[in-house]
Design a protein around this ligand. Structure first.
Ligand code: CO
Length: 136
């Protein structure tokens, strides 16, 4: 079951600049910064009440974020939905004809197991499913 929008991911060229900008915009400092080696990204997270924003910067040219910025520039990269059972949702969505970008959940930032859906099947929106690891 989908429970809520967990965060919105925004691709930035520079995490330093992005952190400064979003600190000014949201009037709150990031609560976490974290590198995800497997994705070749550095991330930071902001929270305002129940709303989280994830900034993503590529750490090398092989990063999906580098490719995204090259094609589209900075901007909204993905919408992440919290789910209560990621394996069940992956199975359900696969049966509904959506294309999973990873066949097994992988470890994402902010203590989550994540799976991405191919944007071709979701009106061009990269969708992330995530589940808090401590909930498993
Ligand atoms: Co995310």
């Amino acid at each position: 079951m989908f429970t809520n929008v967990e965060h919105i991911g925004i691709a930035v060229r520079s995490l330093t600049d992005g952190n400064a900008l979003f600190t000014k915009l949201l009037n709150v400092a990031p609560y976490k910064s974290e590198s995800v080696e497997s994705e070749h990204v550095s991330t930071s997270f902001f929270q305002v009440n129940q709303t989280k924003i994830e900034l993503l910067e590529a750490t090398d040219p092989a990063s999906p974020i580098a490719t995204f910025i090259q094609k589209k520039g900075e901007g909204i990269h993905h919408i992440a939905f919290e789910v209560d059972d990621i394996l069940a949702e992956m199975e359900r969505l696969k049966n509904e004809g959506f294309t999973l970008l990873n066949e097994t959940p992988k470890r994402g930032a902010d203590n989550k197991l994540v799976c991405f859906l191919h944007p071709k099947g979701t009106s061009g929106v990269l969708v992330e499913l995530c589940q808090e690891i401590s909930e498993l």
